[in-house]
Design a protein around this ligand. Sequence first.
Ligand code: BGC
Length: 769
Amino acid sequence: MKGHYKVDPWKIIEEGFEPLHQEASESLFSIGNGRFGQRANFEENYSGSTLQGSYIGGIYYPDKTLVGWWKNGYPEYFAKVLNAPNWIGISIEVDGEEIDLAQNKVIEFERILDMRNGVLQRNFIVEINNGNQIQVNSTRFCSLTSDSIGAIRYNIKPLNFSGNFNVSPYIDADVKNEDSNYNEKFWDVTQSEIKPHFGFIKSTTKKSAFVVNTGMMCNILLDGLQLEIEPETVKKEAYIANKFDFYGTEGSEISVLKFATYTTSFNHDQKDLNYETEEVLKSAVSKGFTNLLEEHQKAWQALWQFGDIKIEGDDAAQQAIRFNIFHLHQTYTGKDERLNIGPKGFTGEKYGGSTYWDTEAYCLQFYLSTAGEKVAENLLQYRHNQLDKAIENATKLGFKNGAALYPMVTINGEECHNEWEITFEEIHRNGAIAFAIYNYTNYTGKTAYRDGNGIEILLAISRFWAQRVNWSTAKEKYVLLGVTGPNEYENNVNNNWYTNYLACWTLRYTAEVLNDLKKTNPNRISKLVEEHNLNFDSETTFWKRIIDNIYYPVDDKTGVLLQQEGFLDKELVPISELNTSERPINQHWSWDRILRSAYIKQGDVIQGLYFFEHEFSKEEIKRNFDFYEQFTVHESSLSPCIHSILACSIGSIERAYEHYLATARLDLDDYNKEVHEGLHITSMAGTWKSIVEGFGGMRYKNDCLSFNPTLPKQWSALTFNVLYRGQQIKFNCSSSLITITNMGSEKVNISLLNEMFVLQPSKSQKKEL
Ligand code: BGC
């Protein structure tokens, strides 16, 4: 796979058609606009192997959980973002023969994802059986400016013949999720309408009752002029089409324009859907393809103007970071606080499009620094909106007094994971949600969210930790038993260092916030007493007892923080001694063998040292990093980025660079051999962090934004922007000079290589490295 796509700073380019890579390319070349997204499936029919995938944010189906033996506490369902009706289809027959790249001889083929402009293009020439050659150039985008609209311009040219063409733009609502547990269809078609140039299908999701109108308006131009024929209308059970029959002469340019929309009950009153469908399409058509495209491209260019990262001297690294940033922006725009970021975004079905701890632990910082405080606050608010459900979830499990356990996997606040033994026990996700509140407050310097909705979350999570620990008389310590840490290659372990640390940190932070409020805003405390039954003294005193007496597993000989009790009893064979043919181990080993091994799926202790770096010495971080890195197989996409950042902070730049490439090019080079299932969207935010926090060395503490950069030797310069305290801060660094510029209108506190400055608006501060 490595090398299949050309390296280019702004584009992903595939040259030559390789059916074996088709599903991988469908993932890699996906496009979206935060509201909906589309895999890079072909417009024309394709009989080869493919994962047809269109996904709409927020539209899900509760697929009944599939388990061998039901146990109390299993979630009833796994929520799945639905594979939605296909809006891109255009089938083409020439003299009775279909264009189908799996059947035709492909003479030329090129697929391009233009990331600067948010456009997917395809250019190809095929030969159909009798030697007739047809050239196709297609351009497609999901509009950023009219976010219920997708548009396609599909140009066809008969190169060496004239013949009868039959071109049918269509909507196909006969879709299924590949990952359906019981092989069911999740949609019912409830209405459809087709007339010349316009049609829609109304589909309703089973159980969750979302209604989606998938509509289209289409038109054909022949050599730039409207084709003056009335298309035949076709209507089948879950299919509508306009069928245009005409004669195309050699060298003529046939241009199919198709505008499509998803108009949904998520955004509109159900009774208005048909009207809205027609209106939104009419408005797109009257704007015209070119104007709509131009508007869309401008919106992308504006995003890049602020959010781009420039790496000079290393095209592969440059392409990769833009690829990551591009997909993050097309997955989540922050316009709607009901939406979140699924691990695969709109590029595949795995993980159901649901929300994981990935959002708080990985994504929040990216959106906070590149899209602004409001967008990040929407992500925090998403969890506050679901607080009641998190309390309900904990209550079902026997917790009391408003304790909350946020779900590991959710779409509407209810827990809906489908893997009890591992996922359920990852109670550490509760801590990441608390940490995100701290992180946001620390970065923005604003306490309003923390003191308002934030403290309600913190209190509920702290209550959970306080009830989840138990006193061990044997150890004379508080312990946390039966958990899974971030390393999912362990199950039901006792005293996972990361979870214990995070739990105590949450208790500490919540107590700090409450103490602060007691001094600054006693009314808020009274409200918490009244509305949340806060018993300030007894609760905070108990938390302090836990903090002072929690058990942390540590190896006394080496001082290594132990991932969990008993970790050192494992056979400690480093991965360097593991045969590469056995990797990834999750595709070669039995689950039993994985669980017994010392191999680590993703940073666990390392994740904790990343969050709480400021509470540990460099020496402690290095000791643990060196110890755990040798057992870490990075079979979660979330792993290499954190390693890259920590490797930078302990001065191991070469290792940091290796990890950077592994995170940034994870999908482009398909390191984990699974890109056909979709992209790793949430870890892309980790890639961004590995540049900004890793090589850029950005940190924020005590109202000061600091930079301690080190560039890998492959890079001659690095430039990026961050939004900090409402100001745009530009970072530029070469191998010998670092320059920070305040492009905003208010001063900010900056630290450069550990020296503090007040940086006035429009001023730069330079330092030699
Ligand atoms: C990781 C989890 C993560 C999930 C979704 C799993 O492979 O181990 O930490 O939350 O993927 O990205």
